[in-house]
Each structure stands twice: as structure tokens, then as C-alpha cells.
Design a protein around this ligand. Structure first.
Ligand SMILES: Nc1ncnc2c1ncn2[C@@H]1O[C@H](COP(=O)(O)OP(=O)(O)OP(=O)(O)O)[C@@H](O)[C@H]1O
Ligand SMILES: [Mg+2]
Length: 369
């Protein structure tokens, strides 16, 4: 028996994170390096299930271990308030009562003036945060703000970024780490009043190396009291295509298949891959495909006849489009995280199982054409 150690649920911290140690380490060191370090404004861009939320949590814990105060929010209206609340809570050991009041927005008044008798306007978020950062700075520490699911439709998102820009200029001890879907990040970058954000360090979360996937899967299994044969591990890792959500899905079902046994076999893995594919279609690919415009979809469908990579010249011919339009489709789909460049003038599918999904649904139409 034994509890299934895999975590195919969104935002769930995996027992072993595959292949993200270097990014976490670099950002951690960058943050400690001091004001002016570019890692202090970082944005992760990745498709659904590419591990954005988990990565933000990993960075948050690493930075907290270094003594910084970390707050984690998802973009929405109300997140500015939540940042203040969490910061007060997480920094309460550093905040003397007076400082807590400053941050809460209650000003310290002179003699003879009671707080109640003075109608005050709530100080702006920038003022409250500056007070908080002053106190943290006096204590030799700083603040990490992590924002998941960035979305510029929220005014709080715009305010946060523009205020953060001032904090950077003032060389305060603060860092902003964000994550979002490619389309949402693009919209954020296109927003005129916060063009500063385009200079944030950008990390595209691509696929994780097979060796690192193998290591994480093996450790997850062995630390939970089972083994996996080496051919099964090989097959499992390859079926994930290095995609984080699939690591958990395939691991989860392989564990389930081997219930009552000590060792996971290649047969367990191949059964698991079938179930995992169905779940991946429902949970990731259906949603991703819905967000792709008709034009971009025609480009993807034009890639289907190719065995491996597709040449842009072939795609142009199949669709009868100009090289300028082909270049536009190509760039948008790359930014969306569904295809990737493959040498000069070629592209290939990046999101695992997407090609198979499209073939299942549209393959018949394509071959008739
Ligand atoms: N580095 C990793 N190694 C192994 N598993 C991972 C890794 N990163 C994430 N996962 C797993 O992948 C799944 C998706 O992770 P996460 O929720 O962070 O993705 P996401 O990019 O935030 O997705 P969404 O865009 O839908 O919010 C989870 O089941 C998580 O446990
Ligand atoms: Mg997420």
C-alpha cells in the first residue's frame, strides 16, 4: 500500500521538483546581491501546467529561508490590500507596535491631537508600503512579492508594477517575481503606463531535461517505499516530454497501476500513459486550444502532415500566406508556448501531446485535403 506520492493537482508542490534548482538558486542569489540586481524583477512565462505556481512557491520559500519576508498573491483587485496584510503578518516579529500602526495607515500625531479627532484620508498604498519597507530595511531584511496569474485587466496589477518601479529607483530592499500565461504576459508588456515591466528578467518555462525528470520520478517513488525498473523509468520519463504536469500525472497513474507490488514495471507505465493522456487532454490541451485564434490554429493544423519538424516554407505553401503573416503566426505561437523554433526556418510542437490531440480531432480532414 502506501499513499500515492505524486501530485497531479494545480499548484501542488511536488515531492521532488525536477530541473528548477538552478533558476531558484540564481534568483535567490540575485535577490541577495542587493538593489540593482536584475533578478529582483523577474517574470516566468509558461503554458498551463508548466510549473509556474510551484516555481513561485519554491522561490518564495528559498528567499524566506534567507530571512526575507515573502508574500504571495494572484493578480486581482484586492491584491494590494492582501500584500499589506500578509506582509504585516509575516513580518510581525520585526514590527514594533508603532511601526505596525504606520503601515496600517494610522499616522503618528503630535501632542494634544487625538487620532479620533482628526479626519484622515487613508494613506496611499505606496506610502504604507514605503513605511513597511523602511521598517524591514532597519531590520536588515527585505520583501519579496510574488504575483501569480498576472493579468493587466486588474487596476491593482498596474498600480503594483508602477509603484514597484519607484521602489527600485529608491534602491529599496524589495523584489517582484511574477508568473503568467504567455498571452497574459504579452498584454502586460503591451500596457503603456508600465512599460518598465518589459525590462524584467524573462524566463520561458520550457521542457525539463529527461535526466532530471528521471531523477525526480525515481526519488519520488523510492522515498515512498517502492522501486521502478530502469526500462519503466526510461519509458515514464520519455512519455512526460519533460512537461511538469505530465511528470505528476504519469507518476500518479503508474503508482496506482502497481498497487500491491513492490516494483513499478514498464507495463504499469504504458497503462498509466494512456490514462494520463486523457487527463492531459481534458485538463490542459482543451483549455489551451480554446485560447488559440482561428488564424493561429490554421498554422498549427498546417504542421500536422509533417512527421517531425515543419518548415515554414511548406506551411506558407499549404496555407498560401505571405512570409510576413507566417512570421506573425509563428511568433505568436512560440510566445504562447505551443511550438518552438527548430533550426533555421523550422518549427516543431512544444507542448507534449498537442500534436496527437490535433491529429485525433482534425487528422481525417487534413489527410482528405
Ligand atoms: N519542477 C517540477 N517537477 C515536477 N513536477 C512539477 C514541477 N513543477 C510543477 N510540477 C507539477 O506540475 C503540475 C502543474 O504545476 P503548476 O500548478 O505550478 O503549473 P502552472 O504553470 O501554475 O499551471 P496553470 O497555468 O494552470 O496555473 C502540478 O501537478 C505540480 O505538482
Ligand atoms: Mg498556476
Amino acid at each position: 500500500m502506501g499513499i500515492n506520492p505524486f501530485t497531479p493537482a494545480f499548484g501542488s508542490m511536488p515531492r521532488y521538483m525536477a530541473g528548477r534548482n538552478e533558476i531558484i538558486d540564481n534568483i535567490r542569489k540575485g535577490i541577495q546581491n542587493g538593489p540593482g540586481d536584475p533578478n529582483r524583477a523577474t517574470i516566468f512565462i509558461g503554458s498551463r501546467g508548466s510549473g509556474k505556481t510551484v516555481l513561485l512557491s519554491g522561490i518564495s520559500s528559498a528567499v524566506s529561508e534567507d530571512g526575507w519576508v515573502a508574500v504571495n498573491v494572484s493578480a486581482n483587485d484586492g491584491m494590494l490590500e492582501s500584500i499589506v496584510e500578509q506582509a504585516k503578518l509575516n513580518a510581525s516579529h520585526l514590527l514594533p507596535k508603532q511601526a505596525a500602526k504606520r503601515i496600517a495607515g494610522i499616522q503618528a500625531f503630535g501632542f494634544g491631537v487625538s487620532i479620533e479627532s482628526v479626519p484622515t484620508e487613508a494613506p496611499s498604498w505606496r506610502v504604507r508600503m514605503s513605511n513597511l519597507l523602511d521598517v524591514l530595511g532597519e531590520n536588515g531584511t527585505g520583501l519579496l512579492i510574488s504575483v501569480d496569474e498576472v493579468d493587466v485587466k486588474f487596476q491593482d496589477m498596474v498600480t503594483l508594477v508602477s509603484v514597484f518601479q519607484h521602489f527600485i529607483r529608491e534602491r529599496r530592499e524589495v523584489a517582484l517575481i511574477m508568473a503568467g500565461l504567455p498571452g497574459k504576459v504579452l498584454q502586460l508588456f503591451q500596457h503603456d503606463s508600465i512599460s518598465f515591466i518589459r525590462r524584467a528578467f524573462q524566463h520561458h518555462l520550457g521542457s525539463i531535461g529527461i535526466q532530471e525528470v528521471k531523477l525526480a520520478m525515481r526519488k519520488t517513488i523510492e522515498s515512498s517505499g517502492r522501486d521502478i525498473s530502469s526500462d519503466a523509468l526510461d519509458a515514464a520519463a520519455h512519455s512526460t516530454g519533460g512537461f511538469p504536469f505530465l511528470i505528476q500525472l504519469i507518476g500518479y497513474y503508474a503508482w496506482q497501476q502497481s498497487e500491491g507490488k513492490k516494483k513499478i514495471t514498464a507495463a504499469d507505465v504504458s497503462q498509466a500513459a494512456v490514462v494520463a493522456e486523457e487527463k492531459m487532454d481534458q485538463m490542459i490541451i482543451d483549455n489551451t486550444v480554446k485560447e488559440i485564434s482561428d488564424g493561429d490554429m490554421s498554422f498549427l493544423l498546417a504542421m500536422l502532415p509533417d512527421e517531425g519538424e515543419s518548415s515554414i516554407a511548406d506551411i506558407r505553401q499549404r496555407l498560401s500566406i505571405s512570409s510576413a503573416s507566417a512570421a506573425q503566426y509563428r511568433l505568436r505561437l512560440i510566445k504562447f508556448g505551443v511550438i518552438e523554433p527548430y533550426g533555421r526556418g523550422k518549427v516543431q510542437f512544444q507542448m507534449p501531446l498537442l500534436k496527437k490531440y490535433l491529429l485525433k480531432r482534425y487528422g481525417a480532414e487534413i489527410s482528405r485535403d
